[in-house]
Structure formats: structure tokens, C-alpha cells
Design a protein around this ligand. Structure first.
Ligand code: ZN
Length: 211
């Protein structure tokens, strides 16, 4: 109810073209599309699109706290979820978690899972955050590099990582490594956007003019 009133007062606008109606319109990012694939050293990354134009604008909007944009992208991600895998969100550094404790990447994973009947396990943690979760929990964790993994959530299961964007691929490889050490089978990763060409990082966020 509160949300409906807010929508009336401040109607949602597309993060990329500013069209009124939703957080992300179907023209900027189609509701269904085939995945863009990038092969890293040990896993394949499937993405909705390349990291420029509308996709870059949408990801920047998510980092700014636009929950409606994260929900719209999570729903679109569902179309490329592989059946029978467990979705594991890449953890966000505590300093980057949205206000009120909402983590954008976890929200993406939960929306994608809801629309595709997949399961989500928040098995990964940033090592700097482990102390806050208690030492008994930490004792069941496999650690490597920046991340730790709860073995009980991934052992002998088929895991798909979820992140917002894949740039160098190093974060996804680190996460895949710690999950494998904890006994999980990493089948791939899903991201909203992927960098296929490093020159994209220098391109502006918006490719379209206002409608
Ligand atoms: Zn748009």
C-alpha cells in the first residue's frame, strides 16, 4: 500500500532512458534475451548484456540504491538460470551494503530464483565480516583469499554464482575456488552485465538520448 502511494507521488522511471512506468523499460533491456557468454579460466559467465549503455546505467542505479531496478534485472536474470543449480550471491562488502541491510546482489539472486524456482544459499562471506557472525560459524568455513564459504550449504551441490557485473573475472574465480574447496561443484556464473572489451569501461553509461 505504502509503495503504491509512493509510486503515485514519484512514478518509477527507467534508469537508462528516464521513461516513466518502471525501473527499467523493456526497450532499454528486453524482458527476455539470449545470454552473452564469456569464458574465464575455470568457469563460464552468462550475462544479460555487455557493460555499457543501458546495462551500465542500470548497474549504477542499483549501486545508488534503486531497489526497483534490481528487482527488474533479477526477474530478467531468471530466464538464463540453469535448472537444478543453487544460486550463490557474491557477497557485497559491508561498506557497500545498502541502507537497512539490503544487499543488491542478494536481491538479484532472490528475484532470479523466485521466477525460476531455483534455490538461493548465501554461502559466501567476505573474510573481513566473519568476526561479526561468530566464531562457531567461522569454524565450519573454508577460507581462501577474500572469501569464506559455509561448507554445509554447498557440499556436493551444483552451484551457480550470481554477481552484478563481471569485469576482470577475478572475483568470480576467487568465489568459485573457495566453493570448490568446500566441496561444491561450480557450474558457472550469472551476471547482469559483462565486460567483453576493456574499452567499454571508458564508454559513457548512457547510450540513448531522452525519449
Ligand atoms: Zn528505458
Amino acid at each position: 500500500m505504502f509503495r503504491e502511494i509512493l509510486d503515485l507521488l514519484f512514478p518509477p522511471q527507467c534508469a537508462a532512458c528516464r521513461r516513466i512506468g518502471s525501473g527499467l523499460c523493456g526497450e532499454c533491456v528486453p524482458i527476455r534475451s539470449s545470454a552473452v557468454t564469456r569464458t574465464l579460466d575455470t568457469l563460464d559467465v552468462y550475462s544479460l548484456g555487455e557493460y555499457y549503455g543501458a546495462f551500465r546505467a542500470a548497474i549504477l542505479a542499483i549501486k545508488d540504491g534503486r531497489r526497483d531496478v534490481a528487482e527488474a534485472l533479477g526477474d530478467r536474470l531468471a530466464s538464463i538460470v540453469k535448472k537444478g543449480t543453487v544460486l550463490v550471491p557474491v557477497p557485497t562488502l559491508r561498506s557497500r551494503v545498502w541502507t537497512r541491510g539490503v544487499d543488491a546482489v542478494e536481491l538479484l539472486a532472490r528475484r532470479a530464483a523466485r521466477a525460476s524456482n531455483a534455490e538461493v544459499q548465501t554461502a559466501l562471506m567476505c573474510r573481513s565480516g566473519i568476526g561479526q557472525r561468530g566464531k562457531t560459524r567461522a569454524s565450519r568455513l573454508e577460507s581462501r583469499g577474500r572469501f569464506s564459504c559455509d561448507q554445509s550449504m554447498v557440499r556436493d551441490r551444483h552451484i551457480t554464482l550470481v554477481d552484478d557485473v563481471c569485469t576482470t573475472g577475478a572475483t568470480l574465480e576467487d568465489c568459485a575456488g573457495v566453493i570448490r574447496e568446500a566441496g561444491g561443484v561450480v557450474t558457472g556464473a550469472l551476471t547482469i552485465a559483462v565486460v567483453l572489451d576493456k574499452r567499454d569501461l571508458a564508454r559513457p553509461a548512457l547510450s540513448r538520448s531522452r525519449h
